[in-house]
Write a protein that binds this ligand. Structure first.
Ligand code: 5GP
Length: 191
């Protein structure tokens, strides 16, 4: 049988340091991983580059991509805001023996794991606690108190998915959490 590459799924409630951990993994650790660039209909934030951070699509183009069956999965992560994993980012790479990293929400993460039970590992990054997450979001100073409450209630909901993941990493200390995620991925890739 042909050797298949692996799929690494990473999910976390917002504010848990997921992006920082992923950036650290990609920049500082020498893992043979390709970051899967998702499609979204949200607008780019400052500094985000089309085709690098996301494939930024119009609502119409996103709908067309759904109709054309271009997605492995897609979700409405926030009201009206769609995100999807493109087949073109995943299938050729794993068929060729390469590994891909998916940074996707909890529903998408569970779905992809179900689709690739043996070839995927799902890793959930959790905050030390909800109060700790509150402190972190307040400390960041980027969100209004309403936005913080919304994020916290979404985080509490997302945490209910943690048990369905293959592994959970608590991000209390960034370096330790990144090291733990690295070890999980490295061991899984070596299998
Ligand atoms: P942001 O807008 O902050 O970049 O991302 C919001 C959320 O969408 C994050 O939780 C991120 O993991 C998730 N997300 C990004 N791409 C995908 C995707 O392709 N599929 C799913 N289901 N979620 C995604």
């Amino acid at each position: 049988m042909a050797h298949h590459g692996k799929i690494i799924i990473i999910s976390a409630p917002s504010g848990c340091g997921k992006s920082t951990i992923i950036n650290k993994l990609m920049a500082e650790y020498n893992l043979p991983l390709k970051f899967s660039v998702s499609a979204t209909n949200r607008s780019p934030r400052e500094g985000e580059i089309d085709g690098v951070h996301y494939h930024f699509l119009t609502d119409e183009a996103f709908r067309q991509a759904i109709a054309d069956n271009q997605f492995v999965e897609y979700e409405e992560v926030y009201p009206g805001r769609f995100y999807g994993t493109l087949k073109s980012e995943v299938e050729k790479t794993i068929a060729g023996g390469g590994n891909v990293l998916l940074d996707i929400d909890v529903k998408g993460g569970c779905r992809v794991k179900e689709m690739y039970p043996a070839d995927a590992i799902s890793i959930f990054i959790a905050p030390p606690s909800i109060p700790a997450l509150r402190q972190r979001l307040e400390g960041r100073g980027t969100d209004s108190s309403d936005a913080i409450e919304t994020r916290l209630s979404k985080a509490a909901y997302e945490l209910t998915f943690a048990a369905r993941y293959d592994a959970r990493v608590v991000n209390d200390n960034l370096d330790i959490a990144a090291q733990q995620v690295y070890t999980l991925i490295n061991d899984f890739i070596a299998q």
